[in-house]
Design a protein around this ligand. Structure first.
Ligand code: ASP
Ligand code: MG
Length: 404
C-alpha cells in the first residue's frame, strides 16, 4: 500500500464538472489500494477575484485580513471535492488548514509552514477515508489564518507529503507535465520525462509557471519525489528527482522566459568601495528584488556605470529611491527601459559541456536579437532582450539545443 499526496490545481477544479472528474481520478487512485491525501487549490480565477475586491476596498488592505479572505477560495473547493467524492460512495472529509492544524509563522501572505499535525488525518485514511486538505493556508501561533504566497497550494502539497511520509507527491495540472518551454509561444514544446530539483527550481524561478518555486525548493530540501502530470490525460507526466539519478543526453533541458522586466542604468557613479552597497541598500530594504547586475569598469578609474534589472512593476519606486539617494551616491544621470524580457536556457548537462554560451549567443545573433545583459549560473544562462523578441528567441533556442 502506498500513501499519496495528490494536489489538484485551480484549472483542474475550475468548474463543477471538473470537480466531478477529479473525484473520479481520486476514486481510481484509491481503488488501486493507496492511502490518499488530496490537496486542492481554489477554483481558477477565485483568488484573483478576491484580491480585486480587497483592492477596491483599500490599496493597503490589511495583510492578515487578506489571508482570511483569500483562504476562503480553498474552503469552497475542498468542500465541493469532498462532497463529490462522497457522492461516488466513498468516505471523504475536508480539512481546512487550522483544523489539522498546519502551523505557519505569522508572515502574512507569504508564510512558511513550520509543522503539520498528522494524527487525525492518519487515523482517517488508515480506515479507508480520503482526506481533502485546503491548500495555500495555515494558522499562525497567534491563532490567525495565514496563506503561503501565490501558487502556494503546491507548497502545501509538498509539506503534506513530507509530514505524512507520503511515497510520492503528485501535482495534477492542466498541462502534460513540465514542458521544454511554454507551449503558448512555441508549439514545439515537449514534455520532459525527468528533471532534477535544481533544474526545476531554475525553470520555476525563471518563468515556468507549472510549480511554485518555494514548493520546488521544499521538495529539494527534503528529497520529496514529485510527479507533475495532467488531470485531463493518463500520461505519466514529469518526474522531479535528484540530479544523480538522471542520465543527461541533452545539454539543455528547457527554455524559460519572463516578460515585464525593467533595466536601470546609473551613469557616472564614483568608482570607489561602498558605492554599489549605497545604491542597492535602500532598494533591498524596500523589498524590491534586484535580478541581474552589471558594472562597467571605468577606464580612468574615476567613474563607472551600474546597470541592474528589476520587475517592471517596481520601476517607479526604484527610480524614486535612487533620486532620494542622490546626495549619497552622486551620479550623472539615470536611464531606464521597461520593455524587456529575460530568456534563459536551463540544463544540468551544461556542467560537463563547454561551448553552450557561444552557441546560445550565436543563434540569437543570427536572428538579429541584441543581448542587453547576461547572467549565468552552473546550470543556466539568461539573457536580457527586448520584450517583443521573446517568442523569436525562445523558438530559436529551443531549436538550437535540440528540443524541437
Ligand atoms: N489559490 C491560490 C492562488 O491562486 C493558491 C494556489 O492556487 O496554489 O495563488
Ligand atoms: Mg499553481
Amino acid at each position: 500500500m502506498k500513501r499519496l499526496a495528490l494536489k489538484f490545481g485551480g484549472t483542474s477544479v475550475g468548474t463543477v464538472e471538473k470537480i466531478k472528474n477529479v473525484a473520479n481520478i481520486v476514486k481510481k487512485r484509491h481503488s488501486e489500494g493507496n492511502e490518499i491525501i488530496v490537496v486542492v487549490s481554489a477554483m481558477s480565477g477565485t483568488t484573483d477575484e478576491l484580491i480585486k475586491k480587497s483592492n477596491s476596498i483599500s490599496k493597503n488592505f490589511d495583510n492578515s485580513e487578506l489571508d482570511v479572505l483569500l483562504s476562503s477560495g480553498e474552503q469552497v473547493s475542498s468542500s465541493l471535492l469532498s462532497g463529490a467524492i462522497i457522492d461516488l460512495g466513498l468516505k471523504a472529509r475536508s480539512w481546512l488548514g487550522w483544523q489539522i492544524p498546519i502551523i505557519t509563522n505569522d508572515n502574512h501572505t507569504s508564510s512558511q509552514i513550520t509543522k503539520i499535525k498528522t494524527d487525525e488525518i492518519l487515523n482517517f485514511i488508515s480506515h479507508g477515508g480520503i482526506a481533502v486538505v485546503a491548500g495555500f493556508q495555515g494558522i499562525s501561533s497567534s491563532n490567525r489564518i495565514t496563506t503561503l504566497g501565490r501558487g502556494g497550494s503546491d507548497l502545501s502539497a509538498v509539506a503534506i507529503a513530507k509530514f505524512f511520509g507520503a511515497d510520492s507527491c503528485e501535482i495534477y495540472t492542466d498541462v502534460e507535465g513540465v514542458l521544454t518551454t511554454d507551449p503558448s509561444i512555441n508549439k514545439k514544446a515537449k514534455t520532459i520525462d525527468k528533471i532534477s530539483y535544481e533544474e526545476m527550481l531554475e525553470m520555476a524561478s525563471l518563468g515556468a509557471k507549472v510549480m511554485q518555486p518555494n514548493a520546488v525548493q521544499a521538495a529539494m530540501t527534503d528529497d520529496i519525489p514529485v510527479n507533475v502530470r495532467s488531470t485531463f490525460s493518463e500520461n505519466s507526466g514529469t518526474k522531479i528527482i535528484p540530479e544523480s539519478e538522471i542520465d543527461y543526453k541533452k545539454v539543455v533541458t528547457g527554455v524559460a522566459y519572463s516578460k515585464n522586466n525593467a533595466k536601470v542604468s546609473i551613469v557616472g557613479v564614483i568608482d570607489k568601495p561602498g558605492v554599489a552597497a549605497d545604491i542597492f541598500e535602500p532598494i533591498g530594504k524596500n523589498n524590491i528584488n534586484i535580478d541581474m547586475v552589471i558594472q562597467n569598469t571605468s577606464f580612468d578609474g574615476k567613474k563607472a556605470n551600474i546597470t541592474f534589472t528589476i520587475k517592471r512593476e517596481d520601476l517607479e519606486k526604484t527610480l524614486n529611491l535612487i533620486e532620494k539617494n542622490k546626495q549619497k551616491i552622486n551620479y550623472n544621470k539615470v536611464v531606464h527601459d521597461d520593455k524587456l524580457a529575460k530568456v534563459s536556457i536551463i540544463g544540468a548537462g551544461m556542467i560537463a559541456n563547454p561551448g553552450v554560451t557561444h552557441k546560445m549567443f550565436r543563434s540569437l545573433a543570427d536572428e538579429k536579437i541584441n543581448i542587453l545583459a547576461i547572467s549565468t549560473s552552473e546550470i543556466k544562462i539568461s539573457v536580457l532582450i527586448r520584450e517583443e523578441l521573446t517568442q523569436k528567441a525562445v523558438k530559436i533556442l529551443h531549436e538550437t539545443f535540440g528540443l524541437n
